[in-house]
Design a protein around this ligand. Structure first.
Ligand SMILES: [Zn+2]
Length: 208
């Protein structure tokens, strides 16, 4: 896998070319004006490369390298061992994402980062290689972000739907909106409790 520590050469938001400074902590994109942390971008690039490498290996089969006891019909896939290079990649992705969250990322990378983290934890946790509480946290966070997106898009549809639109459709939209609102509120509370239990200092700053 890619091991050089270079951050992306294009802005993650507008894809403009970035001129990385020789020294200094951050770069400002000439295209969109976004300020990017050099270390944050490096950590994210490292995590993303490791994650993609793990995904690629997993695409070729989960259980390579685990020898004679690699696969039995009775074993649940979640309990089967992962190849050592996959574990290393997943752990590197985990560490890189933690570092990147702490250093600050733009929203688009935070979102991608939370989804990657949830996937990493889903693979490591059933094998006893990740904390169950933290796994629950990242999976709930990814779920909460998806619920928030749907809520925002429903809000827009409700605001722009004309009175002539079918009453039934508006009632359905309102019901779904209410459901999502309740789910999101509950999730926020659960995430806060989990944060306290885990003792997080580097919560990704997503607007949840
Ligand atoms: Zn930009």
């Amino acid at each position: 896998m890619e091991t050089d520590d270079q951050p992306a050469e294009l802005c993650p938001i507008c894809q403009a070319e970035l001129a990385w400074p020789d020294g200094g902590d951050c770069v400002v994109c000439s295209g969109c004006g976004q300020q990017l942390s050099v270390l944050g971008q490096r950590a994210f690039a490292r995590a993303e490369a490791a994650f993609l490498s793990a995904r690629e290996s997993l695409g070729r089969g989960y259980w390579t390298g685990s020898g004679r006891r690699a696969y039995t019909a009775k074993a649940r896939p979640d309990a089967l061992p992962l190849a050592p290079d996959v574990v290393r990649d997943l752990q590197q992705a985990y560490a890189g994402l933690h570092a990147a969250f702490g250093l600050g990322l733009p929203e688009v990378q935070l979102r991608a980062g939370v989804e990657m983290m949830a996937e990493v934890m889903r693979l490591l946790a059933p094998r006893g290689m990740a904390s169950p509480l933290e796994t629950e946290y990242w999976i709930k966070m990814a779920f909460g972000l998806a619920a928030r997106d749907e809520l925002l898009s429903l809000q827009q549809r409700l605001e722009h739907s004309k009175p002539a639109a079918g009453l039934l459709q508006r009632v359905r939209l309102r019901l779904r909106h209410h459901q999502l609102y309740v789910i999101s509120t509950r999730l926020r509370g659960q995430l806060q409790e989990l944060e306290r239990a885990i003792g997080f200092v580097e919560r990704p700053k997503v607007g949840l």
